[in-house]
Design a protein around this ligand. Structure first.
Ligand code: FES
Ligand SMILES: [Fe+2]
Length: 357
């Protein structure tokens, strides 16, 4: 991709129109809202959304009040109704307008005919996906082969060990590419990931329609236990993994912005939400087996995982900040890619196909 694809606002607007408004985008994981009434808010492409577990199902709705546009809720929590702070119009968990103080006397207005607009959503492997498209093919259908690959981790049953969010000052493609390619382990992660999962032992699959995957391998001379011990926060591995699988780590990209690091004992659920050409919202939930939460030493495990996870992320952000600056130079041309950077090529190809040239 030319460097302008990372710096030009018109190009970003085109991506919004032809990619993000048409594809399936991750907004969260079911573990964020286990009980009826649980909700969280998230902003995607200037749409202010609320994701809520209703009595019957999960809904993703606009949280912009139908009266004078104030958001009816913020943050996360548990609600019986959403009551707008401005003039106290109230909405049920299904978005139905149920109370409009002092409006009863105003003829011709029927609150019962009003609801917060719902955005099309689907849950696949525990991820709550949305699309603004009426015609996009079902996410479950598109990602049937991904569901199969993820089955072994029981992703819909996992719980959140911790969550973390960052506002990045670089283009969404830079964030996705760096998540997926392992060539940079020798530079950015020379003392953190490289000593355990060296770049030279990685390889990348050919792309599927909806997703792609990269595979890493634990350094040959290290015992398997290092993967869930010293490198994995001392948390037990997923029970169903073979000896060979215990030596692997995986990265998945569900196009265009849903990334997973899959370790032997945890999943790094990640959404890289585009905000502007040089702004990306990075949302991560670290998912572990439900049994882990019952361990007495769970707080220490979480602390170890958080420290190592955030350190690696900060190493990525440091180089990505530099890269975004460099991309604005008139001397920035597409560089020669190493085979380990195949996901970078795959993402460029995906964007190119969506944009039509
Ligand atoms: S803006 Fe929500 S009640 Fe008026
Ligand atoms: Fe990295």
């Amino acid at each position: 991709m030319p460097a302008g694809a990372y710096t030009n606002s018109d190009f970003f607007d085109l991506e919004v129109e032809k990619v993000f408004r048409k594809e399936w985008l991750p907004v969260g994981h079911v573990a964020q809202i286990p009980n009826v009434g649980d909700y969280f808010t998230i902003d995607v492409l200037n749409e202010l959304l609320v994701v809520v577990r209703g009595r019957d199902r999960i809904r993703v709705m606009s949280r912009v009040c139908l009266h004078r546009w104030a958001p009816v809720c913020e943050g996360s929590g548990n609600a019986k109704v959403f009551s707008c702070p401005f003039h106290r119009w109230s909405y049920g968990l299904d978005g139905q307008l149920i109370a409009t103080p002092l409006m009863e006397a105003k003829g011709g207005f029927n609150p019962r005919s009003c609801s917060l607009p719902e955005i099309r959503s689907e849950v696949v492997c525990g991820t709550i996906f949305i699309t603004f498209s009426d015609v996009a093919r079902s996410a479950g259908e598109l990602l049937a082969d991904w569901t199969e690959a993820m089955e072994i981790y029981r992703p819909e049953e996992l719980k959140i060990a911790y969550s973390v969010e960052f506002d990045l000052n670089f283009n969404w493609k830079i964030a996705v590419e760096t998540f997926m390619e392992s060539y940079h382990h020798i530079g950015a992660h020379a003392t953190t990931a490289e000593p355990y999962y060296p770049a030279k032992l990685h390889w990348v699959d050919d792309t599927r329609e909806g997703w792609t995957a990269g595979h890493g391998y634990l350094r040959e001379d290290l015992p398997t236990s290092v993967a869930f011990g010293e490198f994995g926060g001392k948390l037990d591995p997923f029970p169903s993994l073979s000896e060979d699988q215990l030596r692997r780590s995986l990265v998945h990209l569900v196009y265009p912005i849903h990334c997973f690091f899959i370790g032997v004992n945890r999943l790094h659920w990640t959404a890289l939400i585009p905000v502007a050409v040089n702004k990306t919202r990075w949302v991560r939930h670290v998912l572990v087996q439900p049994e882990a939460l019952e361990r007495q030493d769970f707080p220490e495990i979480v602390e170890r995982l958080r420290q190592s996870g955030v350190k690696i992320t900060e190493e990525d952000m440091a180089v990505n900040d530099m890269q975004q600056k460099g991309a604005a130079s008139s001397f920035a041309k597409p560089g020669f890619l190493h085979p380990l950077e195949k996901p970078t090529w795959q993402l460029s190809d995906y964007v190119r196909r969506r944009l039509g040239s």
